[in-house]
Each structure stands twice: as structure tokens, then as C-alpha cells.
Design a protein around this ligand. Structure first.
Ligand code: SAM
Length: 228
């Protein structure tokens, strides 16, 4: 059955979703959503032929040819303007997700909702969304099989208030404004681990008499936040 991570991602799609899953790999997410909602439609985008063929196999196996279309191509290149209402990009680094969204802004910024699951560097993605005035409306952090995953949900038009405050913005972009408020177990575990890693990095930098004072200061500042 589908991972909790992808089930969580799926839970943020509306009923009758009409979405693109970019980097769909086996298209498990699209298959799950379309099996549970006969009105849902998906485009599974893949840049690599191997995963693309896996996606085709899944769709054939479940008989979902009428609901899911598979397309080969780089990122949002495979989507035409107005074709989908939601975009999912999951299981990649935050900077790759950001670059995919940034390459075709005529597609990414026009959808109603994006559901993004960066494995690392969520901060970069939050910064990009904020720069584009595309509103972050929800976040989740979960642990599954020893890995910690973040899920970011953002919307084009909405009545939500900005989750950022002037004074705390830098910190909120770093930890996630909603996650920082919640501080659930997965959050505490992630940042405890990051603190330990960064402590070692700073020690090594100091020992190596690395003169990049700015970098060290930045890390020490981040460590203060994590300690908090
Ligand atoms: N989304 C699935 C998930 O969360 O389980 C699969 C994640 S898998 C680690 C990343 C997938 O993204 C791979 O199948 C890879 O081929 C695909 N991918 C990487 N860069 C891509 C791009 N620029 N456009 C489309 N697909 C891409």
C-alpha cells in the first residue's frame, strides 16, 4: 500500500482533483488518488524513461487509462497552460523542486494549489513561494521509517493571512512558520539532529581555522535558533 508520506500528500488534493504529479516515478500517488476518486484526473510527468515505463505499468495494472495520462519530459514542460488545477512535486530536494517551478512560471503560478514535498532544503522553496506571492497555507512534518519528511501546501488565491511576521520571518522561513508553531515530535527530532550535525561542522571549521567568519556566524546563529 501507499506510503504514509504520499497518503498525506494525497490528502491535500481536493475532490475531483485535476492535477499534475511531476516526477511521478511509479505513479503510485496518481493511482491511489484516482482509484479513490473516479472523478479525479492526473498527468504523471517523468523525465526518465525507466520510471515512465513503471508509471505505465501501474496505470495498466489498475485500469486507470481513462484517468491518468503519462508524459515524458522535463518538469512542467509537459503541461499546457490551464490544463491542471493542482501540481504535486514530491520526493526531491527543495532546490530541484524550486527550479522546476521557476522554469515554467506560466504553469506553476497559475494553478490553484501546489503540494510540495521536499526531502531537503524546504527553506529555499518557502523563500521562492514567498517571493512569488504564492501563499503557503499549510505544512506538515512526519516521520516514516526513520526518515523525516516535510510537506508544503500553497495556494494562489485564498483568504488566508500570511503566516510570516516581520520580526520572525527569517526564522520562520528556515523552520517553517506552521511547523515552528506546532513543534511536534518529528520537528523536534529533525532539528535536534540538525543541531548535532551543525555543531560538528562549526567545530571542524574552527579547528581548521577557516576564516570564513560570516559563514561561522551564520551557523552559530542557526544553532541558537535550534537550541531554542
Ligand atoms: N514523486 C515520487 C515520490 O515522491 O515517491 C517519486 C520520487 S523519485 C525520488 C524522483 C523522481 O523524479 C524520479 O523518478 C525522477 O526520474 C524524477 N525527476 C527528476 N527530475 C525531474 C524533472 N526535472 N522532471 C520530471 N521528473 C523528474
Amino acid at each position: 500500500s501507499l506510503s504514509n508520506r504520499l497518503k498525506k500528500v494525497a490528502s491535500y488534493l481536493p475532490e475531483n482533483a485535476n492535477f499534475a504529479d511531476i516526477g511521478s516515478d511509479h505513479a503510485y500517488l496518481a493511482a491511489y488518488v484516482c482509484q479513490n476518486d473516479p472523478n479525479a484526473k492526473a498527468i504523471a510527468g517523468e523525465v526518465n524513461v525507466g520510471p515512465l515505463n513503471s508509471a505505465k505499468d501501474t496505470i495498466n495494472e489498475y485500469g486507470l487509462e481513462n484517468q491518468i495520462e503519462v508524459r515524458l519530459g522535463d518538469g512542467l514542460e509537459v503541461i499546457r497552460p490551464g490544463e491542471v488545477n493542482q501540481i504535486v512535486i514530491a520526493g526531491m530536494g527543495g532546490s530541484l523542486i524550486t527550479s522546476i517551478l521557476n522554469k515554467q512560471k506560466n504553469i506553476s503560478l497559475e494553478v490553484d494549489r501546489m503540494i510540495l514535498q521536499p526531502n531537503v532544503d524546504a527553506k529555499e522553496l518557502r523563500e521562492w513561494l514567498d517571493d512569488q506571492n504564492y501563499m503557503l497555507i499549510m505544512e506538515e512534518i512526519i516521520e516514516e521509517q526513520g526518515h523525516i519528511y516535510e510537506i508544503l501546501v500553497a495556494e494562489k488565491c485564498n483568504s488566508h493571512q500570511s503566516p510570516y511576521s516581520d520580526l520572525e520571518k527569517e526564522k520562520q522561513l528556515y523552520f517553517g512558520p506552521y511547523l515552528l508553531q506546532d513543534r511536534n515530535d518529528a520537528f523536534m527530532k529533525k532539528w535536534g539532529g540538525e543541531r548535532d550535525k551543525l555543531t560538528r561542522v562549526v567545530e571542524q571549521m574552527k579547528q581548521a581555522r577557516q576564516m570564513d567568519r560570516d559563514k561561522i556566524d551564520q551557523f552559530i546563529n542557526e544553532l541558537d535558533w535550534m537550541q531554542e
